[in-house]
Design a binder for this molecule. Structure first.
Ligand code: MD3
Ligand code: FE
Length: 216
């Protein structure tokens, strides 16, 4: 895969929110999953818990790159190591760096490499409630999301919780870039449509989010 421009311009769903439907063809989705499975062989998925309540999230997670997002009794944070193995997160696969170079700068210039790739795994009954992403010190850089496997009914709202929201069907191979005004938009995953993709033999969905975390 060459680090060139995306095939289509992307659909601006809101200021700073660009949706590229089926940006990745099947063979690239498979290559990406092989890289993710390699990461997960040394940094297995773990079940994060909510800071105050200790309640488990329904989504399982892992990370690659210098920093990874974790949540446990002590709170939400980025740290350099896996919470269970205590080993440093595996390096970011080249294919993810290529995708960051192709897509992250389309809204605003973006020269620095991603510092974290959060790997979310949704079983068919997993959800993610409406939230903002604000654990990163650098909130000016975009977040790049890659969907793989079953379709997610994704909810994109405004920068206030009570603002109107819309539902978007995120399919395998879709890429979403969230920058500018949309970087602090409320969002969540209402549900997964089981059996809607043949990419993952085990079913369910992976979502990868590439992020800058530190202020340069
Ligand atoms: C909109 N993940 O990891 S990805 C998350 O499908 C997260 O796993 C969802 O929300 C998932 O925090 C949604 C799309 C996405 C990612 C980051 C955003 C949308 C966003 C940041 C700001 C606004
Ligand atoms: Fe989020």
């Amino acid at each position: 895969m060459s680090p060139c421009h995306p095939a289509s311009p992307g659909l601006a769903l809101a200021p700073g929110a660009l949706w590229f439907r089926t940006a990745l063809e099947r063979s690239v989705q498979e290559e990406l999953m092989a890289a993710i499975r390699q990461v997960l062989s040394s940094a297995p998925l773990f079940q994060p818990t909510m800071p105050r309540t200790g309640k488990p999230l329904s989504v399982r997670m892992s990370n690659c790159g210098p920093l990874g997002w974790v949540s446990d009794a002590d709170g939400y944070r980025y740290q350099s190591f896996h919470p269970q193995t205590r080993a440093p997160w595996p390096p970011m696969p080249d294919i993810l760096l290529d995708l960051w170079n192709r897509f992250s700068g389309l809204e605003s210039p973006q020269s620095l490499p991603p510092e974290a790739c959060l790997i979310n795994h949704y079983s068919p009954d997993a959800r993610m409630s409406l939230h903002q992403d604000r654990d990163e010190d650098d909130l000016t850089a975009p977040v790049l999301s890659i969907s793989l496997g079953d379709i997610a009914l994704f909810r994109l709202g405004g920068t206030e919780r009570r603002a109107a929201s819309r539902t978007i069907r995120l399919e395998s191979g879709d890429i979403f870039v969230l920058g500018g005004e949309s970087r602090l938009a409320f969002h969540g995953v209402d549900r997964i449509i089981a059996g809607s993709s043949t990419l993952l033999p085990e079913g369910g969905r992976f979502n990868l989010t590439l992020r800058r975390v530190t202020v340069p």
